[in-house]
Design a protein around this ligand. Structure first.
Ligand SMILES: Nc1nc(=O)c2c([nH]1)NC[C@@H]1CN(c3ccc(C(=O)N[C@@H](CCC(=O)O)C(=O)O)cc3)CN21
Ligand SMILES: CC(C)C(=O)C(=O)O
Ligand SMILES: [Mg+2]
Length: 281
């Protein structure tokens, strides 16, 4: 058993904490059978809100490519573009564990490149762990980064950085292909990953992986039986409009709220109702 203090429990339940969540707290939560939430964050205000709301793990995802910078896919984003967002999220938080997502092209060349990039994320980004995509094919990269004392979150199943090989946004591991995803899951755990994201994997496959692996599984489109669940925050809060993936649940209508606020501000400026004396020096 991994030891846990009451503080660790409250952090994962979403209550007040006096210190950062650590990877061993997530392992302890798995052993207690507790599920936990994870969200992406790319800026100080959302980071601070999610941290205070008790989300134990925040991911500064390479999905900033499409959700911040307006690229079509995650492929174009660079380390230099993502690192300032990592720094912002780290500075704005006190209890969440911050994971930095290694961009496409920053780790595939081999363990040396992967370690060099991971070290930049820790030194310049100040995050507490890094994440990279790929199972067996990147197990050596995971082992090299972990060997240097940097916690790694793996990401298997549908890996957006390889969408052109996978043939688009498609569920991975259906039927016979389940063995491939299982082999990837065991490979990343053996390489030393502290957790693994399972993206768009059949629920039964994700359930089996979750039972077989000693490390926490984080599902996105992987059903209800993973140890944790992650969503892109703009999907969760309804800031992003348009058709969302089937695995998304919207918990707010931020796009609607912001559109309404914007229209009222614009109307009041046009009508001479803003500013008034109270806004004037
Ligand atoms: N805003 C946002 N949310 C995400 O979940 C997300 C990103 N961005 N960017 C990086 C990747 C890309 N991801 C995606 C993007 C789209 C689908 C999607 O359109 N899925 C459809 C089609 C599935 C199918 O064809 O079988 C779905 O209905 O789920 C899935 C995952 C997940 N990640
Ligand atoms: C969807 C999560 C797991 C991710 O990798 C990202 O947001 O970049
Ligand atoms: Mg990502």
């Amino acid at each position: 058993m991994v030891e846990s203090t009451p503080n660790e429990v409250t952090a994962l339940y979403g209550g007040p904490a006096t210190r950062r969540v650590r990877t061993r707290d997530l392992m302890a939560a798995k052993e207690r059978g507790e599920r936990w939430p994870m969200l992406t964050s790319y800026d100080q205000y959302t980071a601070s809100i999610f941290d205070q709301a008790g989300v134990p793990v925040l991911l500064v995802g390479d999905s900033a490519a499409n959700n911040v910078f307006g690229y079509e896919t995650t492929l174009p984003i660079t380390v230099d573009e993502l690192l300032p967002l990592v720094r912002a999220v780290v500075r704005a938080t006190r209890q969440s564990l911050i994971v930095g997502d290694l961009p496409f092209g920053s780790y595939e060349e081999g363990p040396a490149q992967a370690l060099r990039t991971a070290v930049r994320f820790m030194k310049e980004g100040g995050c507490h762990a890094v994440k990279l995509e790929g199972g067996r094919r990147n197990a050596a990269q995971i082992a090299a980064i972990v060997g240097a004392g940097i916690p790694v979150m793996a990401h298997i199943g549908f890996t957006p950085q390889s969408e052109h090989t996978l043939g688009g946004y498609r569920v991975q591991g259906r039927g016979d292909a389940a063995d491939e995803v299982l082999a990837d899951a065991h490979a990343v755990a053996e390489a030393g990953a502290f957790a693994v994201v399972l993206e768009m994997v059949p629920g039964e496959v994700a359930k089996r992986i979750t039972h077989e692996l000693p490390i926490p599984t984080v599902g996105i489109g992987a059903g209800p039986d993973t140890d944790a669940q992650v969503l892109v925050w703009q999907d969760m809060a309804g800031l992003r409009t348009g058709k969302a993936p089937r695995f998304v649940k919207r918990y707010a209508d931020l796009a609607g709220a912001l559109t309404d606020a914007t229209r009222r501000f614009a109307d009041e400026v046009r009508g001479g109702e803003f500013p008034t004396a109270e806004h004037t020096f």
